[in-house]
Design a protein around this ligand. Structure first.
Ligand SMILES: CC(C)(COP(=O)(O)OP(=O)(O)OC[C@H]1O[C@@H](n2cnc3c(N)ncnc32)[C@H](O)[C@@H]1OP(=O)(O)O)[C@@H](O)C(=O)NCCC(=O)NCCS
Length: 143
């Protein structure tokens, strides 16, 4: 249950969970994205990933919790686990782009981000490959 770093063996389940939530799974097997996962004996409960840009900015990717584990605070726990980890690595700003969950990220303390202040390479992330900028809300959290 407690979140931990994902291993190669977790990634097929992470991919399947993201797909089941209609979230982009593209690029998650590359070195650039690191996932934290939570599992129980029946399988994957949830995941959250981070893609690093410029050494100090992280793009929060693929936050998802299996339906059987929702509303227990697991997504918040996964984000906290990720935040503790990336702070140690020198990341001081987290960005998230979402089409459906801006309200959820606001509850976690994210605020609307000015697109002009976001690194261009982050905006070009494969995370956003299949969504138009008009439908994606960008939020940020200073850590
Ligand atoms: C969003 C999600 C990760 C939340 O997971 P979770 O472990 O249930 O979240 P928590 O237990 O920390 O918080 C649950 C609360 O968030 C609320 N919430 C869930 N999805 C929400 C959304 N899209 N917008 C606003 N609030 C939302 C729930 O209603 C619940 O509220 P309550 O505490 O008042 O009952 C999960 O619903 C999910 O995987 N959804 C599909 C994928 C997705 O949308 N991911 C985020 C986009 S990147």
């Amino acid at each position: 249950m407690r979140p931990r770093h994902a291993t190669e063996a977790d990634l097929p389940d992470v991919e399947a969970l993201l797909r089941s939530c209609s979230l982009p799974a593209v690029g998650i097997r590359g070195q650039a994205v690191q996932f934290h996962v939570s599992r129980d004996k029946n399988g994957l409960l949830g995941c959250a990933g981070i893609e690093e840009f410029d050494g100090s900015v992280g793009l929060l990717r693929g936050l998802a919790v299996a339906e059987r584990a929702r509303r227990a605070g697991l997504a918040a726990l996964l984000v906290s686990s990720l935040v503790a980890d990336v702070r140690l690595r020198g990341i001081d700003t987290l960005i998230v782009g979402t089409t459906v969950a801006a309200g959820y990220f606001s509850r976690l303390g994210f605020t609307p981000a000015d697109r002009a202040t976001i690194p261009l390479e982050l905006l070009a992330s494969r995370e956003f490959a299949n969504t138009s900028s008009g439908e994606t809300t960008l939020l940020k959290a200073e850590l």
